[in-house]
Design a protein around this ligand. Structure first.
Ligand code: AMP
Length: 279
């Protein structure tokens, strides 16, 4: 496994990798959710490249960039165990040298949900993923359904800018009690963590109602909203039930795949989770 810290090193190492190359971009503090992306890539591709970079441009002012958890030694051990050929771990200065002024902006779907609550977030995501694709030149890149809107944004960018990479989505990995794995879960106090289970519980309850035939969007949205709002420490940023392609909020009957998604704060920790409801 080669470790590259500079773009030049990454390009040189990439040139030695056989096609097809699978790529997993991450912000590190790796967990089993990241590992499942690596496993999918390893199974489907001849070579596996991973990036670990806490990207400052996708954090807003007052967000957790400075305190975002980091553990380089453990991350590299996980990459090695997953059979990675190359790990790219650049510094902020390497990715954004003084004078860098270009930003990739995806329109449409970035104005709602995460985009509405985190202004500039998806500009940061699209710009860094675009740079990483140019550096790593992957054939296939793997993203988690956990960040459902991010996945749509990346797909739009790749389509609109004719990037020669196949985007592969992998299902959300959860703790046995339902909590979606996230690097940010380490911030949660035991009490917050217990109440955070309301997110996945609400999603399960809504999915069960949907399976039983409930199709009315406000009614379905209300199930998860009530479950989460019942937690004294929960502060809801949004609960959304939107069409799964354009993210337009639904207020009638569900007749096509719909994305049920939410962002909820517990103290200083902001959690997101989602499920797709398919009629
Ligand atoms: P991050 O390091 O949080 O930026 O995430 C890197 C990639 O891992 C993104 O494509 C995420 O969607 C994905 N990911 C994060 N958490 C999970 C999870 N619990 N299950 C599946 N994929 C995940």
């Amino acid at each position: 496994m080669r470790i590259a810290h500079t773009i030049a090193e990454a390009r040189a190492a990439r040139a030695d990798l056989p096609a097809t190359c699978g790529f997993v971009p991450t912000m590190g503090f790796l967990h089993a959710g990241h590992r499942t992306l690596m496993d999918h890539a390893r199974a489907e591709c001849q070579s596996l490249a991973i990036s670990i970079f806490v990207n400052p441009t996708q954090f807003g002012p007052g967000e957790d960039f400075e305190r975002y958890p980091r553990d380089e030694v453990r991350d590299l051990a996980m990459c090695e165990a997953a059979g990675a050929d190359l790990v790219f771990m650049p510094t902020v200065h390497e990715m954004y040298p003084a004078g860098a002024t270009t930003t990739v902006t995806v329109g449409g779907i970035t104005s709602v949900l995460e985009g509405a609550h985190r202004p500039g977030h998806f500009d940061g995501v699209a710009t860094v993923v675009s740079k990483l694709f140019h550096i790593m030149q992957p054939d296939r890149a793997y993203f988690g359904q956990k960040d459902a809107q991010q996945l749509l944004v990346i797909r739009s960018m790749v389509r609109d800018l004719d990037m020669p990479v196949t985007i592969v989505a992998c299902p959300t990995v959860r703790e046995p009690d339902g909590l979606a794995l996230s690097s940010r879960n380490v911030y949660l106090s035991p009490e917050e963590r217990m109440q955070a289970l309301s997110l996945s519980r609400g999603l399960r309850q809504t999915a069960a109602a949907f399976t039983e035939g409930v199709r009315n969007a406000p009614r379905l949205r209300g199930i998860v909203e009530r479950e989460v709002a019942a937690q004294p420490l929960a502060r809801i940023d949004y609960v959304s039930l939107a069409d799964a392609d354009m993210l337009a909020e639904l207020d009638g009957e569900i007749v096509a795949p719909a994305l049920l998604s939410m962002a909820v704060r517990f103290g200083r920790t902001r959690l997101i989770d989602n499920a797709v409801l398919t009629p």
